[in-house]
Design a protein around this ligand. Structure first.
Ligand SMILES: CCCCCCCCCCCCC/C=C/C(=O)SCCNC(=O)CCNC(=O)[C@H](O)C(C)(C)COP(=O)(O)OP(=O)(O)OC[C@H]1O[C@@H](n2cnc3c(N)ncnc32)[C@H](O)[C@@H]1OP(=O)(O)O
Length: 349
């Protein structure tokens, strides 16, 4: 029986060479014996590859052909299959699997993205309580959004109707809802602490405790503070960010994002935060003479010394802490903003 050369079809990817030898009912040894273009014969072919390949060769015989896969030593694209520039007569492109370099790169990227997606999904699948957590967070954010929307709309309508007169009874109109929202906001210190949200506890602690100190101590304990215009500015500045921040979180809970809302959430804090802390500092300064006069919250000293330390000293220290807190959270939010917009830019490219 004479040894013939079969038709060999080839294609490549960055890491593999695919060969398809058209022989039916083939038994593959060093050579193939089977039914080829010239009937039942011994078929053999030799190829000297352009670059080095790995020694292991995978082959699979089917009724009609033998499929051979060879792994490249280096994950690179080859200009041609063989070392010799002239293509052997028995060799032809396998158009069933032929890709040019860019299509092969795209196929590779799609495979990698699919692998990443599967690994993220398998990680996500590991958390059986994920739905419950997202449901809780969604409801929390919805309640806060409704509360702060009520505050913002109420204050805006009263400002348009009453003008500056609305400054003087803001506290009495808004305080109950603000108390509710700010008490509930303590959850924002617990959420990161128990791993419900991926953020630091410190920024949330500074944020929530800073606001609650102003609300419950400066405004809540001093009636003389409650009809000052500064209450209007503090409450309005607080609500302006929350009517964007909480809907942003709600959408995050359902894996949704509105670009404008994300931009607003991560941009309007830039003017609002310094303005808000400035308004709070004005409130603290305005409260100092009242604490001195009323001796409220003074810290009693032992009888032997007799006097008490006025709470106003604590407030003077607090003014320094406020600006330190502002610096820490400003830097944190700036990092969050850069991370968020850097990630989006990378996705867009
Ligand atoms: C007596 C005690 C005193 C203590 C000391 C006090 C010092 C006080 C100093 C300063 C006082 C400040 C007082 C406040 C003033 C004002 O508010 S002025 C008005 C303007 N204010 C703002 O703009 C601040 C708004 N607040 C915030 O942005 C936050 O509270 C924050 C903690 C400052 C930052 O939020 P953070 O969560 O850390 O960053 P994000 O990027 O928003 O979120 C990170 C990831 O976590 C997810 N996430 C967070 N919360 C939720 C949630 N509720 N639900 C769902 N998901 C949430 C979020 O989606 C992010 O996820 P990824 O995108 O996947 O990262």
């Amino acid at each position: 029986m004479q040894t013939l050369t079969p038709h060999v079809y080839w294609a490549q990817r960055h890491g593999e060479i695919y060969l398809r030898v058209e022989i039916s009912d083939a038994q593959v040894r060093k050579t193939c014996q089977g039914h080829g273009a010239k009937g039942e014969n011994e078929y053999e072919f030799n190829l000297e590859f352009l670059k080095t390949v790995k020694p292991e060769v995978k082959h699979k015989s089917t009724q009609r052909q033998v499929n051979i896969t060879v792994k490249k030593q280096e994950h690179v694209w080859w200009d041609r299959l063989t070392k010799q520039e002239k293509k052997p007569l028995f060799l032809a492109p396998d158009f069933d699997r032929w890709l040019d370099e860019s299509d092969a790169e795209m196929e590779l990227r799609e495979k990698e993205e699919k692998i990443n997606k599967v690994s993220i999904e398998s990680r996500v699948r590991k958390d059986p309580f994920l739905g419950l957590k997202k449901g809780f967070l969604f409801m929390y954010n919805l309640v806060q959004f409704l509360g702060y929307s009520w505050i913002f709309v109420n204050m805006t309508v009263r400002l348009f109707i009453l003008g500056q007169d609305s400054f003087y009874d803001t506290f009495h109109t808004i305080a109950d809802v603000m108390y509710f929202c700010q008490m509930l906001a303590i959850m924002e210190v617990i959420n990161p602490a128990v791993g419900l949200v991926k953020t630091g506890v410190t920024p949330a602690f500074i944020q929530v405790m800073g606001r609650n100190f102003i609300l419950f101590v400066i405004f809540g304990t001093l009636e003389d503070m409650q009809n000052k215009p500064v209450v209007f500015f503090v409450f309005y500045l607080w609500s302006m960010i929350e009517i964007f921040r909480y809907p942003f979180y709600m959408l995050a809970c359902i894996d949704t994002e509105w670009k404008l809302l994300t931009w607003l959430r991560y941009t309007i804090w830039i003017p609002l935060y310094p303005l808000g802390v400035l308004a709070e500092a004005v409130a603290v300064i305005q409260s100092i003479p009242i604490f001195n006069e009323t001796k409220l919250l003074s810290i009693p000293l032992p009888k032997a010394i007799g006097m008490s330390i006025s709470f106003s000293y604590i407030l003077q220290l607090y003014l320094v802490i406020m600006f330190l807190g502002l610096f820490i959270n400003f830097r944190h939010l700036f990092k969050q903003r850069s991370r968020r917009f850097r990630t989006k830019k990378r996705k867009a490219n």
